[in-house]
Design a protein around this ligand. Structure first.
Ligand SMILES: [Zn+2]
Length: 431
């Protein structure tokens, strides 16, 4: 593609940025906390239809997804089901036989603690080169950039040889099995995909850590506290187990590295894995020896270990306590893996599409980017792990993601739309 057309694409996106921001504002104004995505999805549908596209709207089919190795019941599915929680996709048909691309993102956002906001979380407030609002950065901004990138190409009369699919999916904050995975299983399996999560263009996200939950139920024997000799205190037993988990966590932190995540979060150096004891429940009365304690944990693990290897380490840590405790040896704790269950992913940075995306991001920004990675489970993993589809992330800069006064930097959002448009043109080629 000639450098003149590239310049035209970039300047058209820059000059018409208000159209992208108006879509972003409409999206922010429809609260779409995971489980309640429908109204915001209607905004996406309306926009895509106004571009003359046929829009596919569907609700996830859990029975069809359940056998997939990447599937688990998300907590929002358990709470709300998937009725009235549509995914949305629209295809811009290519005019030739070029490679296809998906431009994808999630419409759901996390909830809001209203009193900490100095702006209305459900109104897009534009101020000092930023847009404030829940989801502005994570990731309604990226969604708006995807749509606008394609709108801009069409307005310029740029026809691509390969198909472009624009996707807006649900459920990502809870695990994405009803969203991104459902879209892939519905048949949207492009030759490459970009997810515009807020990695801070020109950085390009290529990796994520896995995450699992587990629960340990530790038995004791109830007794009057005055007759402690007649009981077994489950809290004391559980504390020994928590201590062993903390030792394992320290040992893992000292040996595991994950460079892409440190590029994204320098403070994560030496702490790229975390075994978090999140819930400890036991007892109801100071005068009773508690007869049961439950401990719930999340363990995150960077690429490099299998799920089974990580589970084995956890089981061994708990086993080391059980072996040396007469009571626990005879009354072993119950162990259950539940909820979040995401494998880590890593996209080879030598992949042609990863290289192309980064080159365009750097050209648009006039600066060098880093290969970065996330420490939580991300939708990109489904594409890379189960379908061998290269799926880097390039997205805006911003701040206070998941916090009060979340914002996105407007110039970076323009750069994302430019990067996405140029990458689609290079990958799909012009007719
Ligand atoms: Zn996100």
């Amino acid at each position: 593609m000639s450098s003149e057309i590239r310049r035209e694409i970039r300047s058209s996106i820059d000059e018409n940025r208000d159209r992208m921001l108006s879509l972003l504002a409409d999206l922010i104004e429809e609260p779409s906390v995971s489980g309640h995505e429908k109204a915001a999805q209607s905004v996406v549908v309306e926009k895509l239809e106004s571009m003359g596209l046929d829009v596919d709207v569907w609700e996830p089919d859990v029975e069809a997804l359940r056998d997939h190795p990447g599937y688990f019941d998300t907590n929002t599915y358990e709470e709300h089901g998937y009725d009235d929680r549509p995914n949305v996709a629209a295809t811009v048909e290519g005019t030739g036989t070029g490679r296809s691309i998906a431009l994808a993102g999630h419409i759901d956002v996390v909830s809001v603690t209203e009193d900490k906001w100095t702006h209305d979380p459900w109104t897009a407030t534009r101020e000092d080169g930023r847009v404030y609002g829940r989801g502005a950065c994570d990731m309604k901004g990226g969604l708006a950039a995807n749509v606008f990138a394609i709108e801009a190409l069409r307005d310029l009369g740029v026809e691509l040889a390969g198909d472009v699919v624009i996707e807006s999916t649900i459920d990502e904050e809870a695990g994405g099995t009803g969203g991104a995975l459902s879209a892939l299983e519905r048949g949207y399996r492009p030759d490459a995909a970009i997810i515009t999560e807020p990695y801070g263009v020109p950085n390009v996200g290529v990796a994520s850590a896995g995450a699992m939950y587990f629960q340990i139920t530790v038995p004791g024997t109830a007794a009057h506290a005055a007759h402690g000799f007649a009981g077994v205190n489950a809290i004391n037993k559980a504390v020994d187990i928590v201590q062993a988990l903390a030792d394992l966590d320290r040992e893992r932190k000292s040996r595991i590295s994950f460079e892409p995540a440190v590029n994204q979060y320098p403070d994560a150096e030496g702490e790229v894995t975390n075994l978090n004891v999140g819930i400890f429940e036991s007892g109801d009365w100071p005068s009773t020896v508690p007869d049961e304690a439950t401990v719930e944990c999340r363990i995150g693990w960077p690429p490099g270990e299998t799920r089974e290897e990580v589970r084995e380490q956890v089981r061994e840590a708990v086993g080391s306590v059980v072996e040396t405790d007469e009571w626990l040896a005879d009354n072993p704790p119950e162990f259950e893996w539940f909820g979040w269950n995401a494998n880590p992913h890593y996209l080879d940075t030598d992949h042609e599409f990863a290289q192309l995306t980064k080159r365009n991001a750097e050209a648009v920004c006039g600066a060098d980017g880093e290969w970065t990675g996330g420490l939580a489970g991300l939708d990109e993993r489904f594409y890379v792990n189960y379908y061998d589809i290269p799926c880097p992330s390039v997205g805006p800069t911003g701040g206070r993601v998941h916090g009060a006064d979340e914002y996105v930097d407007v110039d970076s959002l323009v750069e994302v739309a430019q990067t996405v448009a140029l990458t689609a043109v290079d990958w799909c080629e012009t007719a």
